[in-house]
Design a protein around this ligand. Structure first.
Ligand SMILES: NC(=O)c1ccc[n+]([C@@H]2O[C@H](COP(=O)([O-])OP(=O)(O)OC[C@H]3O[C@@H](n4cnc5c(N)ncnc54)[C@H](OP(=O)(O)O)[C@@H]3O)[C@@H](O)[C@H]2O)c1
Length: 210
C-alpha cells in the first residue's frame, strides 16, 4: 500500500510510519524536521519518502495514496479565555485548516479511483474536555466536524473513513506537563491505526489506557 502520514517525524505519526513500513508498505512521511525524517527513511530503505513541509503553509501533498493518515496536531494546555496566551488561535491552523486543505488535495484521487482509506487522529478531549485544555478540545471538535462532513460526502464512493480518538499518549506533546499515571504508548495507537486499515474498520474508535 501507499500510505501518506502527516506528522510522521515523532510521536503517534512516527509510530504509525514505523508500523506501516515494517509491514512492507510505502510511506510518504510529512513533517517539518528533515533530520528526524531522514532517520526514519534510513531505517526503512526504499520504503519511506520524506516530504519536508510546513502544513500551515498549504504545501502540495497531492498524489495517489491508498491510505491517508491525518495525524499532525498541536497541543498546548490553555483555556479559551486565558488572557496570557491564545492557544486556540495557535492551534487552529494546524489542527483544523491544514487538515481541510490536505483533504481537499488528497481525497479527489481516491474518489476517482473508488477506493482508499482516510484515517483522522482525533482525541478523547472532544468527549471529556478538562478546564486546562478547552482551547485544544475546541479545535479537535472542529476537526471532528470536518470528519463527519468527509464521511457523509464520501458515502458510497468506496473510500472508507475512520476517526481514531486516543486518550493521553506519551509523546513530546507532554513536555513540561505531568502526564497522567495511566497513559497509552504511541505504538498502541499505531497498532490500532494499522488494524483499522488492514481490517477495514470505520466510524469513530476510542482508545484509552485502562
Ligand atoms: N499525545 C497525546 O496525549 C494525544 C492524545 C490524543 C490525541 N493526540 C493527537 O495525536 C496527534 C499526534 O500527537 P502527538 O502527541 O504524537 O504529537 P507530537 O509528538 O507533538 O508530534 C507532532 C507531529 O506533527 C508534526 N508537525 C507539527 N507541526 C507541523 C507543521 N506545521 N507542519 C508539518 N508537521 C507538523 C511534528 O513534526 P515537526 O515538528 O517535525 O514538523 C510531529 O511529527 C495529534 O493530532 C494530537 O492531537 C495526541
Amino acid at each position: 500500500m501507499n500510505v501518506l502520514i502527516t506528522g510522521a517525524s515523532r510521536g503517534i505519526g512516527r509510530a504509525c510510519a514505523e508500523r506501516f513500513a515494517a509491514a512492507g508498505n510505502h510511506v510518504a512521511a510529512v513533517a517539518r524536521t528533515e533530520e528526524q525524517l531522514s532517520n526514519l527513511r534510513d531505517t526503512f530503505p526504499g520504503l519511506v519518502r520524506m516530504v519536508v513541509a510546513d502544513l500551515n503553509e498549504s504545501p502540495d501533498l497531492s498524489g495517489e495514496y491508498d491510505v491517508v493518515i491525518l495525524n499532525a496536531g498541536y497541543y498546548a494546555p490553555g483555556g479559551l479565555l486565558d488572557r496570557e496566551r491564545d492557544v486556540f488561535s495557535e492551534s487552529w491552523r494546524l489542527n483544523v485548516v491544514a487538515n481541510h486543505h490536505a483533504a481537499r488535495q488528497l481525497l479527489p484521487a481516491m474518489i476517482a479511483r473508488g477506493s482508499g482509506h482516510l484515517v483522522v487522529i482525533g482525541s478523547t478531549a472532544t468527549d471529556d474536555p478538562s478546564p486546562h485544555m478547552t482551547a485544544y478540545a475546541a479545535t479537535k471538535k472542529a476537526l471532528r466536524g470536518l470528519f463527519d462532513g468527509w464521511t457523509q460526502e464520501l458515502a458510497g464512493s468506496g473510500v472508507r473513513t475512520t476517526l481514531i480518538a486516543p486518550g493521553a499518549t506519551l509523546t513530546s506533546s507532554w513536555e513540561g506537563e505531568t502526564p497522567p499515571p495511566r497513559i497509552l504508548a504511541a505504538t498502541s495507537v499505531a497498532d490500532l491505526v494499522y488494524r483499522t486499515v488492514t481490517e477495514g474498520l470505520t466510524g469513530r474508535l476510542v482508545l484509552k489506557a485502562d
